[in-house]
Design a protein around this ligand. Structure first.
Ligand code: SF4
Length: 430
Protein backbone atom coordinates (compact mmCIF):
# COMPACT_ATOMS: atom_id res chain seq x y z
CA UNK A 1 0.00 0.00 0.00
CA UNK A 2 1.55 3.30 -1.08
CA UNK A 3 -0.29 5.70 1.22
CA UNK A 4 -1.47 5.57 4.83
CA UNK A 5 -5.20 4.90 5.27
CA UNK A 6 -7.33 7.96 6.01
CA UNK A 7 -9.85 7.87 8.88
CA UNK A 8 -12.58 10.52 9.31
CA UNK A 9 -13.83 10.91 12.88
CA UNK A 10 -17.16 12.75 12.97
CA UNK A 11 -18.19 13.96 16.40
CA UNK A 12 -21.56 15.22 17.57
CA UNK A 13 -22.58 16.53 20.97
CA UNK A 14 -20.63 17.61 24.01
CA UNK A 15 -16.99 18.22 24.89
CA UNK A 16 -16.95 14.78 26.43
CA UNK A 17 -17.52 13.27 23.01
CA UNK A 18 -14.74 15.48 21.63
CA UNK A 19 -12.40 14.11 24.31
CA UNK A 20 -13.43 10.53 23.49
CA UNK A 21 -12.85 11.22 19.80
CA UNK A 22 -9.41 12.62 20.63
CA UNK A 23 -8.51 9.34 22.29
CA UNK A 24 -9.80 7.35 19.32
CA UNK A 25 -7.76 9.62 17.01
CA UNK A 26 -4.60 8.94 19.01
CA UNK A 27 -5.23 5.19 18.77
CA UNK A 28 -5.83 5.39 15.02
CA UNK A 29 -2.71 7.49 14.44
CA UNK A 30 -0.66 4.98 16.44
CA UNK A 31 -2.09 2.31 14.10
CA UNK A 32 -0.80 4.22 11.06
CA UNK A 33 -3.89 6.22 10.02
CA UNK A 34 -4.05 9.82 8.92
CA UNK A 35 -6.98 11.32 10.78
CA UNK A 36 -9.34 14.17 9.90
CA UNK A 37 -12.32 15.52 11.79
CA UNK A 38 -14.70 16.25 8.92
CA UNK A 39 -16.79 14.34 6.41
CA UNK A 40 -14.79 13.50 3.28
CA UNK A 41 -13.91 10.45 1.21
CA UNK A 42 -12.01 8.20 3.59
CA UNK A 43 -10.90 4.61 4.14
CA UNK A 44 -12.64 4.35 7.51
CA UNK A 45 -15.19 6.31 9.52
CA UNK A 46 -15.88 6.71 13.21
CA UNK A 47 -19.20 8.38 14.00
CA UNK A 48 -19.27 9.47 17.64
CA UNK A 49 -22.97 10.15 18.14
CA UNK A 50 -25.10 12.18 20.51
CA UNK A 51 -28.60 11.46 21.74
CA UNK A 52 -29.35 14.45 23.92
CA UNK A 53 -32.41 15.48 21.82
CA UNK A 54 -34.41 14.12 18.89
CA UNK A 55 -32.52 16.52 16.65
CA UNK A 56 -29.21 15.02 17.88
CA UNK A 57 -30.58 11.56 17.09
CA UNK A 58 -31.48 12.71 13.57
CA UNK A 59 -28.04 14.23 13.01
CA UNK A 60 -26.41 11.02 14.24
CA UNK A 61 -28.44 8.94 11.80
CA UNK A 62 -27.73 11.35 8.94
CA UNK A 63 -23.97 11.22 9.54
CA UNK A 64 -23.89 7.43 9.49
CA UNK A 65 -25.83 7.39 6.21
CA UNK A 66 -23.65 10.13 4.68
CA UNK A 67 -20.43 8.29 5.54
CA UNK A 68 -21.83 5.07 4.13
CA UNK A 69 -22.81 6.86 0.92
CA UNK A 70 -19.58 8.81 0.52
CA UNK A 71 -17.25 5.77 0.56
CA UNK A 72 -19.43 2.66 0.25
CA UNK A 73 -16.50 0.24 0.68
CA UNK A 74 -15.08 1.90 3.80
CA UNK A 75 -15.88 0.45 7.23
CA UNK A 76 -18.10 2.62 9.46
CA UNK A 77 -17.87 2.34 13.25
CA UNK A 78 -20.61 3.94 15.35
CA UNK A 79 -20.10 4.83 18.99
CA UNK A 80 -21.33 7.35 21.58
CA UNK A 81 -24.81 7.83 22.99
CA UNK A 82 -27.10 7.05 20.01
CA UNK A 83 -26.62 3.26 19.92
CA UNK A 84 -26.93 3.21 23.71
CA UNK A 85 -30.31 4.95 23.69
CA UNK A 86 -31.74 3.64 20.37
CA UNK A 87 -30.11 0.21 20.52
CA UNK A 88 -27.19 -1.30 18.60
CA UNK A 89 -29.60 -2.79 16.04
CA UNK A 90 -30.80 0.72 15.07
CA UNK A 91 -27.21 1.75 14.29
CA UNK A 92 -26.53 -1.47 12.38
CA UNK A 93 -29.69 -0.91 10.34
CA UNK A 94 -28.30 2.45 9.20
CA UNK A 95 -25.23 0.72 7.76
CA UNK A 96 -22.74 0.59 10.63
CA UNK A 97 -20.19 -2.23 10.39
CA UNK A 98 -19.29 -1.98 14.07
CA UNK A 99 -21.26 -0.59 17.01
CA UNK A 100 -19.24 -0.13 20.15
CA UNK A 101 -18.88 1.69 23.47
CA UNK A 102 -15.87 3.77 24.45
CA UNK A 103 -14.18 1.90 27.26
CA UNK A 104 -10.45 1.32 26.79
CA UNK A 105 -11.18 -2.23 25.56
CA UNK A 106 -13.86 -0.96 23.14
CA UNK A 107 -11.45 1.61 21.73
CA UNK A 108 -8.75 -1.00 21.13
CA UNK A 109 -11.33 -3.24 19.41
CA UNK A 110 -12.54 -0.31 17.26
CA UNK A 111 -9.00 0.62 16.19
CA UNK A 112 -8.13 -3.03 15.45
CA UNK A 113 -11.32 -3.54 13.44
CA UNK A 114 -10.83 -0.38 11.34
CA UNK A 115 -7.13 -1.07 10.80
CA UNK A 116 -7.90 -4.54 9.50
CA UNK A 117 -10.73 -3.45 7.20
CA UNK A 118 -9.27 -0.13 6.01
CA UNK A 119 -6.07 -1.76 4.80
CA UNK A 120 -8.12 -3.48 2.11
CA UNK A 121 -10.05 -0.28 1.19
CA UNK A 122 -6.94 1.91 1.10
CA UNK A 123 -5.06 -0.56 -1.09
CA UNK A 124 -7.83 -0.62 -3.67
CA UNK A 125 -9.04 2.98 -3.79
CA UNK A 126 -7.38 6.24 -4.78
CA UNK A 127 -8.68 8.38 -1.86
CA UNK A 128 -6.10 11.15 -1.54
CA UNK A 129 -4.50 11.75 1.85
CA UNK A 130 -5.65 15.01 3.43
CA UNK A 131 -3.09 16.97 5.45
CA UNK A 132 -3.45 16.71 9.21
CA UNK A 133 -5.17 19.70 10.73
CA UNK A 134 -3.33 21.78 13.31
CA UNK A 135 -4.00 20.71 16.87
CA UNK A 136 -4.37 24.03 18.60
CA UNK A 137 -6.75 22.80 21.28
CA UNK A 138 -6.89 19.30 22.78
CA UNK A 139 -9.81 17.92 24.76
CA UNK A 140 -8.76 15.67 27.62
CA UNK A 141 -11.24 13.57 29.55
CA UNK A 142 -10.64 13.64 33.31
CA UNK A 143 -13.85 12.03 34.43
CA UNK A 144 -16.72 9.95 33.09
CA UNK A 145 -20.17 8.98 34.30
CA UNK A 146 -22.61 10.72 36.60
CA UNK A 147 -24.20 9.78 39.94
CA UNK A 148 -26.93 12.43 39.64
CA UNK A 149 -30.43 11.63 38.50
CA UNK A 150 -31.60 14.72 36.61
CA UNK A 151 -35.09 13.79 35.51
CA UNK A 152 -34.61 14.77 31.85
CA UNK A 153 -31.24 13.12 31.33
CA UNK A 154 -30.35 9.76 29.81
CA UNK A 155 -26.61 10.16 30.50
CA UNK A 156 -26.46 8.25 33.82
CA UNK A 157 -27.87 5.26 31.93
CA UNK A 158 -25.56 5.61 28.94
CA UNK A 159 -22.34 6.63 30.73
CA UNK A 160 -22.66 4.80 34.07
CA UNK A 161 -21.42 5.78 37.56
CA UNK A 162 -18.82 8.50 38.17
CA UNK A 163 -15.22 7.47 37.50
CA UNK A 164 -12.24 9.79 37.88
CA UNK A 165 -9.02 9.35 35.97
CA UNK A 166 -5.84 9.25 37.97
CA UNK A 167 -4.17 12.67 38.40
CA UNK A 168 -0.79 11.48 37.07
CA UNK A 169 -2.46 10.05 33.97
CA UNK A 170 -4.18 13.33 33.19
CA UNK A 171 -1.03 15.38 33.82
CA UNK A 172 0.92 13.02 31.54
CA UNK A 173 -1.66 13.42 28.78
CA UNK A 174 -1.63 17.22 29.05
CA UNK A 175 2.20 17.14 28.79
CA UNK A 176 1.93 14.87 25.78
CA UNK A 177 -0.44 17.15 23.87
CA UNK A 178 1.64 20.22 24.84
CA UNK A 179 4.79 18.50 23.56
CA UNK A 180 2.85 17.65 20.39
CA UNK A 181 2.19 21.36 19.76
CA UNK A 182 -1.25 21.98 21.33
CA UNK A 183 -1.42 25.41 22.94
CA UNK A 184 -4.60 24.81 24.87
CA UNK A 185 -5.94 21.83 26.84
CA UNK A 186 -9.62 21.62 27.69
CA UNK A 187 -10.32 19.32 30.63
CA UNK A 188 -13.68 17.63 30.24
CA UNK A 189 -15.96 15.32 32.20
CA UNK A 190 -19.64 14.47 32.49
CA UNK A 191 -19.65 15.75 36.05
CA UNK A 192 -16.27 17.48 36.26
CA UNK A 193 -16.96 19.00 39.68
CA UNK A 194 -17.12 15.45 41.04
CA UNK A 195 -13.61 14.70 39.82
CA UNK A 196 -11.51 13.08 42.55
CA UNK A 197 -14.17 12.16 45.06
CA UNK A 198 -13.97 8.46 44.14
CA UNK A 199 -10.15 8.39 44.31
CA UNK A 200 -8.19 7.09 47.29
CA UNK A 201 -7.40 9.43 48.98
CA UNK A 202 -10.25 11.62 47.69
CA UNK A 203 -9.26 14.78 45.83
CA UNK A 204 -11.09 17.86 44.47
CA UNK A 205 -10.93 19.62 41.08
CA UNK A 206 -8.61 22.32 42.45
CA UNK A 207 -5.95 19.66 43.11
CA UNK A 208 -6.17 18.60 39.49
CA UNK A 209 -5.96 22.15 38.11
CA UNK A 210 -3.04 23.04 40.40
CA UNK A 211 -1.17 19.87 39.36
CA UNK A 212 -1.63 20.58 35.65
CA UNK A 213 -0.46 24.17 36.04
CA UNK A 214 2.57 23.16 38.11
CA UNK A 215 3.66 20.07 36.25
CA UNK A 216 3.03 20.88 32.57
CA UNK A 217 4.02 23.60 30.09
CA UNK A 218 0.60 23.88 28.47
CA UNK A 219 0.14 27.54 27.50
CA UNK A 220 -3.62 27.69 28.16
CA UNK A 221 -5.84 25.53 30.31
CA UNK A 222 -9.63 25.50 30.18
CA UNK A 223 -11.85 23.64 32.63
CA UNK A 224 -14.94 22.79 30.66
CA UNK A 225 -17.98 22.72 32.94
CA UNK A 226 -18.96 22.91 36.58
CA UNK A 227 -22.10 23.21 38.68
CA UNK A 228 -22.84 26.13 41.05
CA UNK A 229 -22.05 24.00 44.13
CA UNK A 230 -18.50 23.45 42.75
CA UNK A 231 -17.66 27.18 42.74
CA UNK A 232 -15.73 27.65 46.00
CA UNK A 233 -13.29 30.41 47.00
CA UNK A 234 -10.47 27.82 47.03
CA UNK A 235 -11.21 26.85 43.44
CA UNK A 236 -11.55 30.44 42.22
CA UNK A 237 -8.21 31.42 43.81
CA UNK A 238 -6.49 29.32 41.12
CA UNK A 239 -7.70 31.72 38.43
CA UNK A 240 -4.99 34.19 39.53
CA UNK A 241 -2.79 32.18 37.18
CA UNK A 242 -3.20 33.70 33.68
CA UNK A 243 -2.68 30.26 32.09
CA UNK A 244 -6.09 29.26 33.44
CA UNK A 245 -8.64 30.69 31.01
CA UNK A 246 -11.35 32.98 32.47
CA UNK A 247 -14.26 30.95 31.14
CA UNK A 248 -16.81 29.05 33.22
CA UNK A 249 -19.55 26.88 31.77
CA UNK A 250 -22.33 26.40 34.33
CA UNK A 251 -25.43 24.67 33.01
CA UNK A 252 -28.45 26.55 34.37
CA UNK A 253 -31.24 24.53 32.67
CA UNK A 254 -33.94 26.67 34.33
CA UNK A 255 -34.18 29.81 36.46
CA UNK A 256 -37.37 28.68 38.20
CA UNK A 257 -37.13 27.05 41.65
CA UNK A 258 -40.01 24.58 41.16
CA UNK A 259 -38.77 23.57 37.70
CA UNK A 260 -35.22 23.00 39.02
CA UNK A 261 -36.71 20.80 41.72
CA UNK A 262 -38.65 18.75 39.20
CA UNK A 263 -35.49 18.52 37.10
CA UNK A 264 -33.78 17.17 40.27
CA UNK A 265 -30.94 19.64 39.90
CA UNK A 266 -28.94 20.12 43.08
CA UNK A 267 -29.08 23.94 43.24
CA UNK A 268 -31.69 26.68 43.48
CA UNK A 269 -31.82 29.87 41.37
CA UNK A 270 -30.34 31.69 44.38
CA UNK A 271 -27.39 29.25 44.54
CA UNK A 272 -26.79 29.82 40.84
CA UNK A 273 -26.81 33.62 41.21
CA UNK A 274 -24.42 33.41 44.17
CA UNK A 275 -22.01 31.22 42.22
CA UNK A 276 -22.10 33.63 39.25
CA UNK A 277 -21.53 36.61 41.57
CA UNK A 278 -18.55 34.82 43.17
CA UNK A 279 -17.02 34.20 39.75
CA UNK A 280 -17.59 37.79 38.65
CA UNK A 281 -15.99 39.13 41.86
CA UNK A 282 -12.93 36.85 41.68
CA UNK A 283 -12.43 36.81 37.87
CA UNK A 284 -14.01 40.07 36.59
CA UNK A 285 -13.46 39.49 32.85
CA UNK A 286 -14.68 35.90 32.92
CA UNK A 287 -17.13 34.60 30.36
CA UNK A 288 -19.92 32.62 31.96
CA UNK A 289 -21.68 30.38 29.43
CA UNK A 290 -24.64 28.10 29.98
CA UNK A 291 -27.22 25.59 28.72
CA UNK A 292 -30.93 26.27 29.15
CA UNK A 293 -33.97 24.08 28.45
CA UNK A 294 -37.23 25.74 27.38
CA UNK A 295 -40.62 24.16 27.98
CA UNK A 296 -39.79 21.53 30.61
CA UNK A 297 -42.94 19.58 31.68
CA UNK A 298 -45.21 21.81 33.76
CA UNK A 299 -43.17 24.99 33.07
CA UNK A 300 -45.57 27.94 33.38
CA UNK A 301 -45.20 31.33 31.71
CA UNK A 302 -44.15 32.63 35.13
CA UNK A 303 -41.46 29.92 35.50
CA UNK A 304 -40.18 30.81 32.06
CA UNK A 305 -40.12 34.52 32.94
CA UNK A 306 -37.95 33.62 35.97
CA UNK A 307 -35.51 31.90 33.64
CA UNK A 308 -35.31 34.93 31.33
CA UNK A 309 -34.80 37.24 34.32
CA UNK A 310 -32.02 35.10 35.80
CA UNK A 311 -30.22 34.91 32.45
CA UNK A 312 -30.32 38.71 32.16
CA UNK A 313 -29.06 39.11 35.74
CA UNK A 314 -26.05 36.89 35.12
CA UNK A 315 -25.32 38.41 31.67
CA UNK A 316 -24.19 35.18 30.04
CA UNK A 317 -21.52 35.46 27.36
CA UNK A 318 -23.18 32.64 25.43
CA UNK A 319 -26.31 30.54 25.92
CA UNK A 320 -26.98 27.13 24.37
CA UNK A 321 -30.77 26.90 24.29
CA UNK A 322 -32.75 23.73 23.67
CA UNK A 323 -36.47 23.04 23.55
CA UNK A 324 -37.31 20.28 26.04
CA UNK A 325 -37.28 16.94 24.25
CA UNK A 326 -38.68 13.90 26.11
CA UNK A 327 -36.22 11.00 26.17
CA UNK A 328 -37.60 7.53 26.74
CA UNK A 329 -36.52 5.89 30.02
CA UNK A 330 -36.34 9.28 31.82
CA UNK A 331 -38.62 10.41 34.66
CA UNK A 332 -39.45 13.71 32.95
CA UNK A 333 -40.92 11.92 29.92
CA UNK A 334 -43.59 10.46 32.24
CA UNK A 335 -44.47 13.77 33.94
CA UNK A 336 -48.13 14.66 33.48
CA UNK A 337 -48.05 18.15 31.93
CA UNK A 338 -46.04 17.91 28.68
CA UNK A 339 -46.11 21.26 26.84
CA UNK A 340 -47.11 21.31 23.16
CA UNK A 341 -44.13 21.35 20.79
CA UNK A 342 -45.19 24.74 19.40
CA UNK A 343 -45.02 26.30 22.86
CA UNK A 344 -41.58 24.80 23.55
CA UNK A 345 -40.38 26.15 20.22
CA UNK A 346 -41.81 29.58 20.87
CA UNK A 347 -40.05 29.76 24.25
CA UNK A 348 -36.75 28.56 22.87
CA UNK A 349 -36.93 31.30 20.23
CA UNK A 350 -37.32 33.89 23.00
CA UNK A 351 -34.38 32.37 24.88
CA UNK A 352 -32.20 32.41 21.76
CA UNK A 353 -33.08 36.07 21.14
CA UNK A 354 -32.11 36.95 24.72
CA UNK A 355 -28.91 34.89 24.39
CA UNK A 356 -27.94 36.89 21.29
CA UNK A 357 -28.60 40.18 23.05
CA UNK A 358 -26.49 39.16 26.07
CA UNK A 359 -23.68 37.84 23.88
CA UNK A 360 -23.60 41.15 21.97
CA UNK A 361 -23.39 43.10 25.22
CA UNK A 362 -20.57 40.85 26.47
CA UNK A 363 -18.56 41.25 23.27
CA UNK A 364 -19.11 45.02 23.13
CA UNK A 365 -17.85 45.32 26.70
CA UNK A 366 -14.35 44.38 25.56
CA UNK A 367 -14.16 46.67 22.49
CA UNK A 368 -10.96 48.73 22.73
CA UNK A 369 -9.21 46.27 25.08
CA UNK A 370 -6.27 43.97 24.31
CA UNK A 371 -6.68 40.26 25.01
CA UNK A 372 -4.58 37.18 24.22
CA UNK A 373 -5.92 35.20 21.26
CA UNK A 374 -5.15 31.63 20.25
CA UNK A 375 -5.32 31.60 16.44
CA UNK A 376 -6.91 28.42 15.14
CA UNK A 377 -7.77 28.53 11.44
CA UNK A 378 -8.11 30.73 8.38
CA UNK A 379 -11.63 31.47 7.11
CA UNK A 380 -13.10 33.05 3.99
CA UNK A 381 -15.99 35.46 4.00
CA UNK A 382 -17.42 37.94 1.45
CA UNK A 383 -15.20 40.57 3.14
CA UNK A 384 -12.01 38.58 2.60
CA UNK A 385 -9.86 36.07 4.44
CA UNK A 386 -9.55 36.22 8.21
CA UNK A 387 -7.62 34.42 10.84
CA UNK A 388 -10.04 33.06 13.42
CA UNK A 389 -9.36 32.26 17.06
CA UNK A 390 -10.60 32.74 20.60
CA UNK A 391 -9.64 35.13 23.37
CA UNK A 392 -8.85 33.79 26.83
CA UNK A 393 -12.48 34.57 27.76
CA UNK A 394 -13.73 32.68 24.72
CA UNK A 395 -14.78 35.50 22.42
CA UNK A 396 -14.43 34.40 18.77
CA UNK A 397 -12.05 36.81 17.02
CA UNK A 398 -11.43 37.55 13.33
CA UNK A 399 -8.33 39.43 12.18
CA UNK A 400 -6.31 39.96 9.01
CA UNK A 401 -2.82 38.51 9.28
CA UNK A 402 -0.43 35.86 8.07
CA UNK A 403 0.98 32.67 9.48
CA UNK A 404 -0.85 32.99 12.78
CA UNK A 405 -1.85 29.32 13.07
CA UNK A 406 -1.44 27.90 16.57
CA UNK A 407 0.12 31.08 17.95
CA UNK A 408 -1.08 33.07 20.96
CA UNK A 409 -0.76 36.82 20.36
CA UNK A 410 -2.27 39.96 21.91
CA UNK A 411 -5.04 41.52 19.81
CA UNK A 412 -6.94 44.78 20.08
CA UNK A 413 -10.65 43.94 19.99
CA UNK A 414 -13.02 46.05 17.92
CA UNK A 415 -16.53 45.93 16.51
CA UNK A 416 -18.75 42.86 16.70
CA UNK A 417 -18.63 40.64 13.61
CA UNK A 418 -20.78 37.53 13.07
CA UNK A 419 -20.66 35.56 16.35
CA UNK A 420 -17.43 37.28 17.45
CA UNK A 421 -15.48 40.51 17.06
CA UNK A 422 -12.99 42.02 14.61
CA UNK A 423 -9.50 42.63 15.92
CA UNK A 424 -6.10 43.99 14.99
CA UNK A 425 -2.79 42.51 16.04
CA UNK A 426 -0.80 44.64 18.44
CA UNK A 427 2.52 42.83 17.94
CA UNK A 428 4.34 40.47 20.28
CA UNK A 429 3.67 36.93 21.27
CA UNK A 430 2.68 35.43 24.60
S1 SF4 B 1 -25.65 16.19 36.12
FE1 SF4 B 1 -27.72 15.71 35.44
S2 SF4 B 1 -27.77 16.49 33.33
FE2 SF4 B 1 -25.61 16.30 33.86
S3 SF4 B 1 -25.05 14.23 33.18
FE3 SF4 B 1 -25.63 14.05 35.34
S4 SF4 B 1 -27.80 13.48 35.28
FE4 SF4 B 1 -27.29 14.30 33.26
Amino acid sequence: MSRPPLAAILTLGCKLNLADSGEVARGLRAAGFQVVGHLCEADAYVINTCSVTHVADQKSRRLVRSARKMSPAAPVAVTGCYPQSAGAEAATALGADLVTGLTEGDRARLVGFLAERARVTAASSPVPGTPLPLHTRSFIRAQAGCNDVCSFCIVPRTRGRERSRDIDDIVAEVSLVADGGAREAVITGTQLGAWGRDLDPPLAPQHLIAAILERTDIARLRFSSLQPQDITPGLLALWRDPRLMPHFHLALQSGSAPVLQRMRRRYSPRDFLLAAARIQAAVPDAAITTDVIAGFPGETEEDFADTLALCSDVGFARMHCFPYSPRSRTAAALMPVQLPAAERQERVRRLIALGEELSLAFRRRFAGTVRPVLWEDERSSPEGRWWHGHTDNYIPVFAPGQGLGNRVTPALLGAVYHDGVLATLTGGEE
